[in-house]
Ligand binder design. Sequence first.
Ligand code: FMN
Length: 224
Amino acid sequence: MATAIDAHANSTRHTAVSPAILYFGTQVSLLSTVDDEGHPNLAPNSSVWWLGQTAMLGVAARSQTGRNLVANGEAVINLPSVDRVDAVDRLALTTGRDPVSERKAAAGYRHVRDKFAAAGLRPLPAETVSPPRVAEFPVHLEGRVVAIHPMGGAATPEEADTLAVELGITRVHVVESLQVPGHPNRIDPERWRPLMLSFQRFFGPGAEAMPSRLASIDEEWYRG
Ligand SMILES: Cc1cc2nc3c(=O)[nH]c(=O)nc-3n(C[C@H](O)[C@H](O)[C@H](O)COP(=O)(O)O)c2cc1C
């Protein structure tokens, strides 16, 4: 049944607007990376999309995460379920960079060296890359950089403000409760509760909207 909110969102009268951000809703992760000395960093990210066994990440070039990805080329994408939102929020407005840039300091950012401790999370060794996994999160995707695309026409990652980072996934870990019974390689979307970001605010997934025609394809078809 349509609610008053739905009716408002579905109105057909459009107006040209100029939003400062275009964050219409994406999945939240904590990216773990390591620096030159092997020190781990953990940072909230909401710019990831997937094609095949590749994850495309949007990362600020001058963040510690951006620097680590350029220098070391490895990451773990740690996906929280919605009930772990508090741990993600504890890392908001923090950076592994020291000193903090003037722009970020003015917005309230502070330097934190031990992000795992600040978030109340435990590191777990990864199996194929050097950055650690987040023990408390139900999904970990380990990956290696395949290519770094400087955005905005910059010639090199060093000159860019933002980077599109192509990460080839090398291993996926999930908690057993998310596996479809009898199908160890399939994740049960009924039980997987991703955390979403919409215009700087956290949301959880709603109920399934309707049966999906795409879902008539066996998932194994995509492996080819
Ligand atoms: C929920 C959330 C989502 C975010 N998404 C992104 C993102 O997609 N890309 C990005 O570069 N920064 C994103 N940020 C901001 C970074 O986390 C922030 O710049 C942080 O200081 C980076 O940490 P680091 O310097 O230790 O890498 C996000 C922050 C939060 C709280």
